[in-house]
Design a protein. Structure first.
Length: 341
């Protein structure tokens, strides 16, 4: 078997060799263990070889405990994010069906007993197929979703052929999870889950914590090398190799943090930014217009605090709103902070 054939996606579950290019063989457990091991190696070397850092444990216990707390918080945030739901469309449909069923039940209870027999009962089926999740009443999922698109939009355009669900705006089918995800950003291999509406905030905090930890660890490595260069050359070589790997990881993390901060401020997702031309309702919108943006401050507030439910959905703005968004900025707009409010 060649190296290439080893990494060709395969649906044979008997082949358990982990491979990043194959969603079936990609072992989330192995990746999680590898990530924890990487943290232990980088932090462990400081404890083993950095005498100054060890001395600090007694002299400055707050400094050491803060660093160790950052390590623990970063790892906890990693597991917290990887175990979170990105917000699947099927789950949103179940929530919708539950809400609708309870609303109908309350309506029925208010009506006279003689008229109760004619009401439609919303059934919740645990079947994977989306068409079984919502009842056939007029206010069903399809109608609710299609109301978010401009009038005249075909249901077929936004029906996922894999899940058989009508996708709300910003949703996309993930082939790794085999489910449609609300506000799909990307599927993260290292976390073993999709990043979507439900966990994008947690993902941003994880990158921030990982970046801070990498900077602090890098500083400790540099301090060690400055203090003990020429004393133990083998340890120095190992430390330089680890510092080089850490520097590359730090550059990647900083770029990722900046990129996702930009996405948050403009209320975009990676998928919308990269595949804008592939999304039918985004094709006609000018490049510099972010259709879901409510202004930088409002976007930031919504991202951090105002998310009432991971299943909340954003309708597409109307033609008039889009026209207003596409008006070029004037000096007055800049002074009045039009981009922020
Ligand atoms: Zn799907
Ligand atoms: Zn996924």
């Amino acid at each position: 078997m060649t190296m290439m054939s080893c990494c060709v996606p395969s649906r044979d579950s008997s082949d358990r060799f982990p491979c990043l290019s194959d969603p079936v063989r990609r072992s989330t457990l192995c990746l999680r263990l590898a990530l924890v091991m990487l943290h232990l190696i980088f932090v462990g070397f400081i404890f083993i070889f950095n005498q100054e850092f060890r001395d600090n444990i007694k002299e400055q216990p707050l400094y050491t405990s803060t660093y160790l707390l950052l390590v623990a918080v970063t790892l906890a945030q990693y597991f917290f994010t990887s175990g979170s739901s990105p917000g699947y469309v099927l789950d949103a449909m179940r929530e919708f069906a539950k809400t609708e069923a309870s609303l109908r039940a309350s309506e029925v209870s208010k009506q006279p007993a003689s008229s109760k027999n004619g009401n439609v009962v919303v059934t919740i089926d645990r079947n994977r197929s989306g068409e079984h999740l919502v009842g056939n009443n007029p206010m069903n999922w399809t109608k609710m979703v299609m109301d978010m698109y401009p009038p005249g939009t075909s249901v077929r355009t936004y029906t996922c052929s894999y899940c058989n669900v009508v996708q709300p705006p910003r949703a996309k089918h993930c082939h790794d999870c085999d489910k449609c995800v609300l506000q799909f950003d990307h599927h993260c291999v290292w976390l073993g889950t999709c990043i979507g509406q439900g966990n994008h905030c947690r993902f941003w905090w994880y990158i921030l914590e990982e970046t801070a930890l990498s900077i602090w660890t890098g500083i400790l490595y540099i301090k060690y090398l400055q203090a003990s260069f020429d004393k133990a050359w083998l340890v120095d070589v190992i430390m330089i190799i680890l510092l080089s790997i850490l520097s590359i990881a730090l550059i990647f993390l900083l770029l990722l943090l900046l990129f996702h901060s930009y996405l948050v401020v403009t209320n975009q997702t990676t998928y919308e930014l990269v595949r804008r031309r592939r999304i039918p309702y985004m094709r006609t919108i000018p490049e510099r217009v972010y259709p879901f943006s409510k202004g930088a401050c409002r976007n930031l507030y919504n991202f951090c605090f105002a998310r009432t439910s991971i299943y909340a959905m954003e309708p597409l703005p109307g033609a008039h709103e889009l026209e207003q968004m596409s008006v070029p900025y004037t000096c007055l707009d800049v002074i009045s902070c039009r981009c922020c409010c």
